[in-house]
Design a protein around this ligand. Structure first.
Ligand SMILES: *Cc1c(COP(=O)(O)O)cnc(C)c1O
Length: 417
């Protein structure tokens, strides 16, 4: 809060497409999709209409013993898209992580393997900030203070291509990290329930990208040693990395890579809070029992909220109504061209679908905040992570938006180095 003495809050009155407008009418291009949730722009007519329509029918009913059309339709569509045919709903990403971790542990317990209680994640990973999710998160600023409260989890070397040695290819480095993972798992698998991983892009690590090869190796290792693989696609799901789900770049279907997938953020196009954990028939079956304690127990008041499910269905409908992924390829190519023209001290220019990132070489320790403030002056919402500047915009960018995004980013960096 004290930082706001220097960086006053920006009061936003309305949004339209990729733009936010403050109470004085000044516009800011939302280059981070309001923390990665907005897919098709602000004030999106199809999503808005679906929520209004649902509001006239049913705002909410508990899912214990009840059901409703939006939650059934959404579950069926998500099953078709992923090959994972069972869904558990909550309202936020951290809850999805908690649910997947609990379900994995409980599966092994129901299977007579109660020693499999530990979890693995990658160094610099981010899976949310409730206590269970924080234990598998490895971002010091979020974890250090609360470490005494947390369960221990091991963090494996991150395949982040920036960490490759000079002359080492991204693939060779990812393979080396997979070897390290395999050695650890071979030694500890009797205690391990699951590996949780952000497929292809570790967002909060600073848009760290790695090749699909690592996911393929991780899957094979998990299968060999009886561990679940939890794909945390909370940030990268719904087209963000160029395919509907990032896992599809490692195998034809999500279900070929993951036992669980966690979805949230873009699932409602950035309109309402919703998350889902999808899993397989095989895992579902482990909980199908007359004894209540063998069932999966996780009570959540707003589970399957009809308004949020309708927003999600409307969001999915936009992927079939328009050639979204093909159009995003053009947009991404244009963003890449703009970045190629930047005459600044940049390293590690990288892109995966609609995530474009680079690292700025600067000795200003306050670069991230200064760049954020400079961008605001230029009509741009940019949130650098350390020295990493990234673009993760809504999918509705116009040519004029792209030109503004590039020009304002360039100016903001120049003013804050
Ligand atoms: C944002 C995020 C979460 C947490 O989601 P919340 O809704 O903020 O709790 C978890 N995992 C990843 C990869 C995320 O980007």
């Amino acid at each position: 809060m004290k930082h706001h003495e220097r960086y006053p809050l920006v009061p936003i009155a309305r949004g339209e497409g990729a733009w936010l407008f403050d109470t004085d009418g000044k516009g800011y291009l939302d280059a981070v999709s309001s923390w990665w949730v907005n897919l098709f722009g602000h004030n999106q007519p199809v999503i808005k209409a679906a929520i209004k329509d649902q509001l006239d029918q049913l705002e909410h009913v508990m899912l214990a013993g009840f059901t409703h059309a939006p939650v059934v339709e959404l579950s069926e569509q998500l099953a078709k898209l992923t090959g994972l045919g069972h869904a558990f709903y909550a309202s936020d990403g951290a809850s999805a992580t908690e649910i997947a971790l609990k379900m994995s542990f409980h599966y092994w317990r129901n299977h007579g393997k109660p020693t499999k209680t530990n979890f693995l994640s990658l160094q610099n990973s981010y899976h949310g900030e409730t206590l269970g999710a924080l234990a598998v998160t490895d971002v010091a600023i979020f974890t250090d203070t609360y470490a005494p409260l947390m369960q221990q989890a091991a963090h494996m070397p991150s395949p982040d291509s920036r960490l490759a040695e000079a002359g080492e290819s991204a693939e060779a480095y990812a393979a080396r990290c997979a070897d390290d993972l395999e050695a650890y798992v071979a030694a500890h698998h009797t205690q391990l329930a699951a590996l949780i991983i952000e497929p292809l892009v570790q967002g909060a690590a600073g848009m760290a990208m790695y090749p699909p090869l690592y996911l393929q190796r991780a899957r094979a290792i998990c299968q060999r040693y009886d561990l679940h693989l939890i794909a945390d696609e909370i940030a990268v799901g719904f087209g963000r990395t160029g395919t509907m789900f990032a896992c599809e770049q490692a195998a034809p279907r999500v279900s070929d890579v993951a036992d669980f997938i966690c979805l949230s953020k873009g699932i409602t196009g950035g309109y309402l809070a919703l998350s889902a954990v999808l899993t397989s028939d095989h895992i579902y079956a482990a909980f199908y029992d007359d004894q209540t304690v063998k069932g999966f127990l996780h009570s959540h008041s707003y589970t399957g909220n009809p308004l949020a499910c309708r927003a999600a269905l409307a969001t999915l409908s936009l992927f079939t109504a328009q050639p979204v992924l093909a159009r995003n390829q053009d947009t991404a190519a244009q963003l890449w061209q703009q970045l190629a023209k930047f005459d600044l001290p940049l390293v590690h220019r990288r892109q995966r679908g609609m995530i474009t990132a680079f690292d700025v070489v600067t000795d200003n320790p306050g670069f991230a905040r200064d760049c954020y403030a400079a961008a605001l002056r230029h009509g741009l919402l940019l949130r650098p992570i350390g020295h990493t500047v990234y673009w993760m915009p809504p999918y509705c960018l116009t040519d004029a938006d792209i030109a503004h995004l590039a020009k304002a980013t360039h100016a903001a960096i120049l003013e804050s180095m």
